[in-house]
Design a protein around this ligand. Structure first.
Ligand SMILES: N[C@@H](CCC(=O)N[C@@H](CS)C(=O)NCC(=O)O)C(=O)O
Length: 219
């Protein structure tokens, strides 16, 4: 098959690309990478120098593409389908790129910070950094609350790259710092969850959810 995806079904940045692939029914060969396995990790580092997924490899063109946003950009041009991941109109495309950056930098990254902290040895935890990350999530939720009022998807009525980015950021964001009273944001997350592409991603992640670190109760 022309396209290969290196990923893990639980990994939030991989969800971005899986949603994009499933939206357009793009055929690909899945390669699940277990980074805890020394041999698999060493082989993967040859493809992805920081050991980060997702990565795609396009056999026909001999292209390896890293970084979820760049991968979706590549998929939009190389394997276009009914969901225009990057709109034709340059202003709308710019908006999709902006909201992709917004969700990655201001929701996804602080969410990852909280999750990474839970995985650490308690002696090396960073409570101040976690507080800062949660404050960032709170600020971002308030911005989304205003931005999404009256909208279905990030650009209005058509799903795009920006929504692929929003789903994993908000899904896991809600688990580490509940969206709570931000009802517009919560409703946007519900709409995303109802999308068949997203249901499929969640279904495939379910066998791995026990690996997600829940908050340790304070003693
Ligand atoms: N900026 C990268 C971030 C990728 C990333 O952080 N991936 C995580 C999984 S969600 C990862 O590979 N973590 C493994 C590690 O850092 O060892 C992208 O958008 O693709």
């Amino acid at each position: 098959m022309a396209l290969a995806l290196y990923f893990h079904p639980l990994a939030s940045f991989c969800w971005k690309v899986l949603i994009a692939l499933y939206e357009n029914d793009t055929a690909f060969t899945p390669h699940i990478v277990d980074l805890l396995n020394e041999r698999e990790r060493a082989a993967f580092l040859k493809i992805s120098p920081f050991g980060k997924f997702p990565v795609i490899h396009d056999d026909e063109r001999g292209h390896t593409v890293l970084e979820s946003t760049i991968i979706i950009d590549y998929l939009a041009r190389r394997f276009p389908g009914p969901t225009a991941l990057l709109p034709e109109d340059p202003d709308r495309a710019l908006s999709a790129r902006y909201w992709d950056r917004f969700y990655d930098f201001y929701v996804h990254e602080p969410m990852q910070k909280v999750v990474a902290d839970r995985r650490r040895d308690p002696s090396t935890r960073d409570p101040f950094g976690v507080e800062q990350a949660k404050a960032q999530l709170e600020t971002s939720y308030a911005i989304i609350e205003r931005e999404m009022a009256g909208k279905i998807w990030a650009l209005g009525d058509e799903l795009s790259l920006a929504d692929c980015s929003a789903l994993p950021a908000l899904y896991y964001g809600d688990r580490v710092h509940p969206i709570g009273a931000h009802t517009v944001t919560a409703a946007y997350l519900e709409r995303l969850l109802a999308r068949p592409s997203v249901s499929r991603v969640l279904r495939e992640a379910t066998p791995y959810f026990h690996l997600f670190p829940e908050e340790t109760p304070k003693t």
